[in-house]
Ligand binder design. Structure first.
Ligand code: FAD
Ligand code: NAD
Length: 475
């Protein structure tokens, strides 16, 4: 007899495991299937985020930033540190330990919530049945009242620069280097290109990033993009804009990259090449021919605003559906789906999902860019405040960057907040909360901010919107 569950979740990344836990909190019987296998051959829950994405990249960003600061900043504080070196094997071991702790933590959380964690492949059949092929043991068909698809995404591979797992690698490969390549090429100056380019540049690689678009960080507010570009240049990251890669081939110990830019055909020789040109939804082997689930032309599972697919009681969440490919977006969709399954009223405010790039300085934003507001035709006002005028930033020796706020002229609504600077990824939470509560700019202006803190830059930027900044000259 087949086992039956109230909810079967396929995928245990930040979208799937959160959906499973929340569904279990509602008293539902839940199974969560995942097939992730690490390079050591071991299976682990947590998906891309914990095993090969958010967490390992942030661990390496932290280690490499400390190394960089010890080399370049300590002396400004009067600290002499001679013979600073980095043991990359030890750095990688620390990363592996943190990943193991956190993925083991997910397994523990599922168990504590009484979710049946199933290791293997899940496939959606017709009639809300799920075929489960375990890593070990017999294939079985599970009956589900509800199914949640949360199978995530995978790196886009370029035909002209195929991965070989050694010299031409994806982001996972770039997280595993055993030493800093002397010459590192990166295709794509997106989030991954900048984060992982920064890691290896700080550890000694000469990094060249090739970006097809003409604008740097085209998805960010232009002021932020320009400021970030200036800072990365200062750090020695070379970014070629308007550069279309035409081929990349391994030639002996090197990779030969050919690309075109406005000056014509160019060549670049590197020791390793990271291709980071985006990710595609991963639904390979997920859907039986008669499952009834629609995917769009880019492979995303088609869902409505409530993450419902076209098949009754089948939801899809996270990177395999439309919207930004971010862990926190997937997790909140997991909560949304589970709450709706439990019969609760629930919704997700897609307009206030924060984006963070964990470089130094960090880059973070929420809401609309100035260009988007302008295009919408709504009258607006802006205010900004540079970290150079922040006492706390000075104490931290991190004065690059600024906070910029865009507000509506008519009702003072905060439309977008954009930060490039120290701890931007933490600071942005204040703006997210303000926008979630539909605070006005005046609300921010009247909120007491601790002194001296980086948050004062948000306060001053909100004052600057109405030319009332107190610690910086107004326009
Ligand atoms: P995933 O995390 O991809 O999980 C999907 C899971 O489903 C996987 O374990 C997969 O093995 C499993 N699966 C797939 N198909 C099946 C099947 N048929 N049967 C069983 N199991 C299956 N986002 C952020 O918000 N912040 C960051 O700092 C950040 N950094 C990143 C850094 C890097 C280098 C990368 C690559 C990504 C980063 N991301 C970051 C993006 C983030 O990792 C994803 O948005 C997030 O993991 C998506 O979650 P998900 O649960 O939808 O999918
Ligand atoms: P991305 O979409 O952020 O950037 C890809 C870049 O590659 C773009 O700038 C694009 O113009 C460029 N590009 C595309 N094709 C190209 C080509 N042929 N030649 C040169 N450039 C080309 O994608 P990513 O950096 O691969 O990251 C994938 C996803 O992972 C993103 O959606 C991101 O949201 C997520 N992620 C998030 C974080 C974070 O939140 N801090 C970190 C890493 C990844």
């Amino acid at each position: 007899m087949s086992r039956s569950f109230d909810v079967v979740v396929i995928g245990a990344g930040p979208a799937g495991y959160i959906a499973a836990i929340r569904a279990a909190q509602h008293g539902l019987s839940v199974a969560c299937i995942d097939e992730w296998k690490n390079h050591d051959g071991k299976n682990a829950f947590g998906g891309t985020c914990l095993n090969a994405g958010c967490i390992p990249s942030k661990v390496l960003l932290e280690s490499s930033e400390l190394f960089h600061r010890a080399n370049h900043e300590f002396s400004k504080h009067g600290i002499t540190a001679n013979d600073i070196s980095i043991d990359i094997a030890k750095m990688q071991k620390r990363k592996a330990t943190i990943v193991r702790q956190l993925t083991g933590g997910v397994a523990g959380l599922l168990k504590a919530a009484k979710v049946e964690g199933l290791v293997g492949h899940g496939k959606l059949l017709a009639g809300r049945q799920v075929e489960f092929t375990p890593v070990e043991g017999e294939r079985e068909v599970l009956d589900a009242r509800f199914v949640v698809l949360a199978t995530g995404s995978t790196p886009v591979e370029l035909k002209i620069a195929p991965f070989d797992g050694d010299k031409i690698v994806d982001s996972w490969g770039a997280l595993e280097f055993e030493e800093a390549p002397a010459r590192l090429g990166v295709v794509g100056a997106g989030v991954i290109g900048l984060e992982l380019g920064s890691v290896w540049s700080r550890l000694g690689s000469e990094v060249v990033i090739l970006e097809a678009m003409d604008d740097f960080l085209f998805m960010a507010d232009r002021d932020v993009g320009k400021e970030a570009q200036k800072q990365f240049k200062k750090q020695g990251l070379t970014v070629h804009l308007g550069a279309s890669v035409t081929s990349a081939k391994v030639a002996g110990e090197s990779v030969l990259v050919e690309y075109k830019d406005q000056s014509g055909d160019q060549q670049l020789e590197v020791d390793k090449l990271v291709v980071a040109v985006g990710r595609r939804p991963f639904t390979d082997g997920l859907l039986a021919d008669d499952s009834g689930i629609d995917t769009d032309e880019r492979g995303f599972v088609v869902v409505d605003d409530e993450c419902r697919t076209g098949v009754k009681n089948v939801f899809a969440i996270g990177d395999c559906v439309r919207g930004p490919m971010l862990a926190h977006k997937g997790s909140e969709e997991g909560v949304l789906a589970a709450d709706l399954i439990a019969g609760e009223v629930a919704e997700l405010n897609y307009g206030v999902i924060p984006s963070v790039i964990y470089t130094a300085p960090e880059i973070a934003w929420v809401g609309k860019t100035e260009e988007e507001v302008k295009a919408s035709g709504r009258a607006y006002k802006t205010g900004s405040f540079p970290f150079a005028a922040s006492g706390r930033a000075k104490a931290m020796e991190q004065t690059d960057g600024m906070v910029k706020i865009i507000s509506a002229e008519d009702d003072d609504e905060i439309l977008g907040v954009h930060i490039v600077g120290p701890m931007a990824g933490e600071l942005i939470s204040e703006a997210v909360l303000a926008m979630e509560f539909q605070a006005s700019t005046e609300d921010l202006q009247r909120t007491i901010h601790a002194h001296p803190s980086l948050t004062e830059a948000i306060h001053e930027a909100s004052l600057a919107v109405d030319n009332k900044a107190l610690n910086y000259p107004n326009r």
